[in-house]
Ligand binder design. Structure first.
Ligand code: SF4
Length: 228
């Protein structure tokens, strides 16, 4: 193993140990009862808070409880229900396409591989990873959302800004069985401590391991390079 990667892997282990202490039992904040509901909630969570999505999904699933039911929904009706999550026109289009594909191609069951999941409208690699881990307990990849992207960069775990390259870097330095929970823990830590605009470096237990401790004093230009 090259020196740099060895150093990153060791630091990743130390970071993970501290995150495990803070978040012993991490899980998604999106309410769901099965993989299909998690898929729908994750699509709705784009550019929207999980808390808001959680206020919408009970109504959505009471109207259309499974993929077959949603596949028969009128787009305008669905748009009306999901409107508060924003980008409701595209989200409704994707959810109807997803419901039809899951019903017609996958027999009404959410598939269990990334290759199949990414053929579903509205589902890219990030959502596929979230559904595989949260819905089935399968670690096939590591979901890179805006929090994971920001924290990976600040913590010096990657030099990339492209989510696919970041995912590859993280998959190399974290053990496979940890991938799903690494996502949850970084998301939670990003919300609680390492905020995009106001990282609380003074109170951060990861500070001794963080090459960008004090990032809040950096220029806006530099912050923009983190994808904020
Ligand atoms: S020290 Fe600051 S920049 Fe580094 S992880 Fe903690 S809050 Fe984020």
């Amino acid at each position: 193993m090259k020196n740099k990667e060895k150093e990153r892997t060791e630091r990743a282990a130390a970071i993970l140990a501290l995150l495990k202490k803070r978040y012993p039992e991490p899980e998604t904040m999106l309410d769901h009862a099965n993989p299909w509901e998690l898929l729908v909630a994750t699509v709705l969570a784009a550019q929207c808070t999980d808390a808001r999505v959680n206020t919408i999904t009970p109504k959505l699933f009471s109207f259309w409880p499974d993929p077959a039911a949603l596949a028969g929904a009128a787009q305008e009706e669905l748009e009306e229900v999901i409107r508060p999550t924003g980008f409701y026109h595209n989200k409704a289009k994707n959810l109807l396409g997803a419901a039809r594909r899951v019903t017609e191609v996958f027999g009404g069951q959410v598939p269990r591989t990334i290759e199949e999941l990414v053929t579903i409208p509205g589902v890219a690699r990030k959502t596929a990873n979230v559904v595989l881990w949260g819905g089935f307990g399968i670690n096939e990849g590591l979901a890179v959302d805006t929090h994971v992207k920001r924290l990976s960069f600040r913590l010096g775990l990657t030099e990339h800004t492209d989510p696919v390259k970041i995912e590859k870097d993280l998959m190399r330095i974290f053990p496979r069985e940890e991938w799903g929970d690494v996502n949850h823990r970084l998301v939670w830590f990003g919300r609680d401590v390492c905020d995009a605009r106001k990282p609380d470096c003074d109170a951060c237990e990861l500070a001794p391991l963080c090459p960008r401790c004090g990032v809040k004093t950096e220029s806006r230009k530099k912050a923009a390079s983190e994808g904020r």
